[in-house]
Write a protein that binds this ligand. Structure first.
Ligand SMILES: Nc1ncnc2c1ncn2[C@@H]1O[C@H](COP(=O)(O)OP(=O)(O)OP(=O)(O)O)[C@@H](O)[C@H]1O
Ligand SMILES: [Mg+2]
Length: 353
């Protein structure tokens, strides 16, 4: 058993509250991504789980062991740090072998594990070099290889791909996913790249300002964001939020009426809709509303449109061969099964049913 469980973690630096009551469970063999903007507390949470930082309150469990009071080395965790500290006086081989030497692994196992981890990170031809002779991206891969080489039960990774160029990052992402699925290592992985999070995670814990604001499967987080923060942070471009007047159990967009799933007390409601869930037409159709095209951006797989609807701006995507120019009026049909309804004052999704 190597699940990770944190309960009610609080952490304050001086007067600054970095973590406010964070609870989270990573199941045995699960790959969980912590996703959130810079400064939201991701690294702090990882360091508390690793035992490098002491929480003011709360408990940390690895499997069925309460490790809250244990020093880092007794927690049986491997961690890849955001600043990927490698030992400058050791070769790449010895850097990767470091944890295995500490464990007093046999020479055969040591060599085999180092070579396997190095091959995986595409640094097998750099084993004799010293860190000063490597690029930043190569050093980062040494740090990841070192963590993988010890075959930990629990792996904590803090932005392990951040120093790689876009192409290598894409490749490593897929390889890491394959490897960690194969080795069944319980992994908690930090990133602020939402695409990386969607691609890798069994579940994503979205953090904002020291709290976990949503914890769910990637597509669930994408399609059913808990609030405007999550809908805006995940997805590029972000989810649209339109403030609409309410009449009875319906919201109105011009002549289009949309049924609300639940009664709304206030005069207005927020409609959350993804750019790809607005179907565009050049002439008026049933179940559409008009918006004026402000900008057309050809992005390859699709055109990204910015439209104005009254004072509000809307992003929509259309196929690359769609004939459209700025100044034109389009008729947009929101896909009825893809709508998210939120409270305009709190920004929280309305409770359904
Ligand atoms: N040792 C410290 N002393 C004071 N403040 C700290 C300390 N460590 C972290 N903080 C503050 O706590 C907050 C959370 O920091 P943390 O490093 O966990 O953020 P993060 O989510 O990892 O951000 P990033 O994506 O930029 O790495 C930040 O506002 C940071 O300035
Ligand atoms: Mg960080």
């Amino acid at each position: 058993m190597a699940s990770i469980r944190v309960e009610n973690i609080e952490k304050t630096f001086g007067k600054f509250k970095a973590l406010s009551g964070v609870s989270l469970e990573v199941r045995d063999q699960e790959f969980v991504v912590l996703l959130g903007p810079s400064g939201c507390g991701k690294t702090t949470l990882l360091r508390i789980i690793a035992g490098l930082e002491q929480a003011d309150k709360g408990r940390v469990w690895i499997g069925d062991r309460d490790v809250t009071e244990l020093p880092p080395r007794a927690r049986k965790i491997a961690m890849v740090f955001q600043n990927y500290a490698v030992f400058p006086h050791l070769t790449v081989f010895e850097n990767i072998a470091f944890g295995l030497r500490m464990q007093k692994a046999s020479p055969e196992k040591l060599k085999a594990n180092v070579e396997r981890a190095a091959a995986l990170m595409h640094i097998e031809n750099l084993l004799e070099r010293y860190p000063a002779q490597l690029s930043g991206g190569q050093r980062q891969r040494v740090a990841v290889a070192r963590a993988l080489a010890v075959e930990p039960e629990v792996l904590l990774m803090d932005e392990p791909l951040s120093n790689l160029d876009a192409l290598l990052r894409l490749e490593m992402r897929a390889e890491l996913k394959r490897l960690l699925a194969e080795s069944r290592t319980t992994t908690l992985y930090v990133t602020h790249d939402q695409v990386e999070a969607m691609s890798l995670a069994d579940r994503i814990a979205v953090m904002n300002a020291g709290r976990v604001v949503q914890y769910d499967q990637p597509m669930k987080v994408y399609q059913e964001p808990a609030n405007t923060f999550v809908g805006g942070f995940i997805g590029s471009p972000p989810m649209n939020f339109l403030r609409l007047p309410v009449e009875g159990r319906q919201a109105k967009i011009e002549s289009l009426t949309l049924d609300l799933p639940t009664p709304v007390s206030g005069p207005e409601v927020l409609l959350g809709v993804r750019p790809e869930d607005l179907e565009a037409h050049t002439v008026q159709q049933p179940q559409t509303f008009p918006a004026e095209v402000l900008v057309v951006e050809p992005l390859g797989p699709h055109l990204l449109l910015t439209l104005s609807f009254g004072k509000q701006h809307i992003k929509a995507t259309v196929p690359p061969n769609f004939e459209v120019r700025a100044g034109q009026t389009l008729w947009l049909r929101p896909q009825p099964d893809r709508l998210r309804w939120l409270d305009p004052s709190s920004g929280q999704a309305l409770m359904m049913r």
